[in-house]
Design a protein around this ligand. Structure first.
Ligand code: ATP
Ligand code: MG
Length: 382
């Protein structure tokens, strides 16, 4: 029977907690595959997914977005015995070079791997006139995985997936998602460390268009399968931005906006029990991402850590990942972001915390923050 063999990453490092992580990953796979009619079996060090042949391909596509999976293979599952395995090899059609690779996880199997490699290789050669053995660079590998559950899995390709840790049960992270290239990638990077996240977006309607918001909702839906998001909060920054614009030093507009974003994110962390704020900042990329700017924004969260998984990434590296997770094409659609509204001509590059704090005193900041949170929109992502 044709199945998908699933291997997991990093879980083997988990010692006593291994079974907890295995259960977590299995639940995440179940959740990801809920629209399919399939069975997920646990065997030592692998999962086996069984479904109709038509569905297996679509299942494999969906598995590509589940973090914590090391790799998958489309495999033929048979009962382990020497004759069964030989019979499958007899029927293989191979024209070029090949190599047999036996993995004897089941140590009770009576023939040693290297001996069985030769026996099966011989059978394939006898049945395929155009086949030849090449152990270094074969066109095709015949992999025979003899597992401890009394089953053997025969396959040729290993498809490597995202690896990392399985997403946690709880939504611990709050991802600040703009319409840009970086923040969706930041969310994805944190998901690979097991951090399930919800999403916070700031808009500046009517200065930004409803299309800009739609674009970010689209991005949220693209990254949802990776980051496990359930809710997206949309907070309007318009009132705050107008207040900064009218009352505060223009060159501090972006800095004050950034700090207020973090203050709002911290309040939502408190309210909904998130444990960390995630942003797509990368050191030195723009004026608001100098070390001085980062210092003043950090100060706006008194308790919750701000995680910046892209801090040391180059733009090209970020773009490569954005393409891999399919957010790039949407991110580059040309809509405004709230940071581009009231953009000062000369934003401060090395802001000073005392000045930021002083500027904030000029407006009823806490009242405005409470007001925009009370009026925020909550979207359930599905
Ligand atoms: P991105 O490509 O993610 O937009 P960027 O290079 O444009 O990042 P900034 O505009 O300085 O950089 O934003 C830095 C980070 O602040 C973003 O990665 C995002 O996490 C957060 N951020 C910026 N604008 C918004 C917004 N409108 N809503 C939510 N978060 C935002
Ligand atoms: Mg941006």
């Amino acid at each position: 029977m044709q199945v998908i063999l699933v291997r997991f990453s990093e879980i083997h490092l988990k010692g006593n907690n291994k079974s907890y992580f295995l259960k977590l990953l299995k639940n995440n796979i179940k959740e990801a595959l809920k629209e399919f009619n399939c069975q997920i079996e646990s065997i030592p060090n692998r999962y086996v997914i069984k479904a109709s042949e038509d569905e297996l391909y679509h299942i494999s596509e969906r598995l590509k977005k589940v973090v914590g999976i090391h790799s998958i293979s489309f495999a033929e599952e048979i009962d382990t015995n020497i004759e069964n395995i030989k019979k499958i090899c007899q029927n293989l059609k191979i024209n070029g070079s090949f190599k047999v690779d036996v993995n004897r996880a089941d140590k009770s199997f009576p023939i040693k791997s290297c001996d069985f490699n030769s026996i099966l290789g011989e059978i394939i050669l006898n049945n395929n006139k155009l086949a030849s053995v090449d152990v270094k660079k074969p066109d095709k590998k015949v992999q025979v995985d003899i597992r401890e559950n009394g089953k053997t899995y025969i396959f040729s390709d290993i498809i490597y997936l995202k690896s990392g840790l399985p997403l946690s049960e709880y939504r611990d992270g709050l991802l600040l998602l703009s319409g840009g290239i970086d923040s969706p990638v930041a969310g994805y990077m944190m998901s690979k460390r097991g951090m399930r996240q919800d999403i916070l977006h700031f808009d500046s309607y009517p200065y930004t268009s409803p299309m800009a918001k739609e674009k970010v909702i689209k991005l949220a839906k693209i990254i949802k399968p990776y980051i496990g998001a359930k809710y997206m909060y949309i907070v309007s920054m318009t009132k705050l931005q107008e207040a900064f614009h009218l009352n505060c030093k223009t060159e501090y507009a972006i800095n004050l906006l950034r700090r207020s974003m973090i203050m709002i994110a911290s309040k939502l962390c408190e309210k909904f029990s998130y444990k960390a704020i995630i942003t797509g900042e990368s050191l030195g990329q723009v004026a608001s991402q100098t070390i001085e700017s980062i210092t003043t924004t950090n100060n706006a969260s008194s308790y919750f850590p701000i995680l910046r998984p892209l801090i040391a990434f180059n733009k090209e590296e970020i773009i490569a990942i954005a393409k891999e997770i399919n957010t790039f094409e949407t991110s580059i659609l040309p809509y405004e972001d709230c940071c581009t509204v009231f953009l000062p001509r000369n934003p401060v590059i090395k802001p000073k915390l005392e000045i930021s704090l002083n500027e904030e005193k000029k407006i009823p900041l806490q009242d405005l923050i409470s007001e925009v949170i009370n009026n925020m929109e909550i979207i359930e992502l599905n």
